[in-house]
Design a protein around this ligand. Structure first.
Ligand code: ZN
Length: 96
């Protein structure tokens, strides 16, 4: 595991901390999960990179190659966050 991921790891339960969506600001580089039907030929790569251009409640507007995606924040991850697969494999921190 890369050391940068350790800051996401909880020392108590060894789970990975959830993303603090309040800290994702306009202009932040993120990656986000897109629905399969929007991905088309890129079916094997369900994640895209983009920049947050607007936040509207739980919906983040993310610009990716001249296209604006409106993505629920639950599908948005900062670039330095662990891969969503990590949460599936190692679990989320449920402390606090
Ligand atoms: Zn924990």
């Amino acid at each position: 595991m890369d050391s940068w991921m350790s800051k996401w790891k909880c020392k108590k339960c060894k789970g990975y901390r959830n993303i603090d969506y309040e800290k994702i600001e306009i202009g932040t580089n993120v990656y986000f999960l897109v629905a399969r039907r929007e991905v088309g030929e890129e079916r094997k790569k369900p994640y895209k990179n983009g920049v947050v251009v607007k936040k509207n409640g739980d919906l983040f507007h993310i610009e990716c190659r001249d296209k604006i995606y409106k993505i629920n924040k639950a599908r948005v991850y900062p670039m330095d966050a662990p891969d969503p697969l990590v949460y599936n494999m190692f679990g989320e921190c449920l402390c606090e």
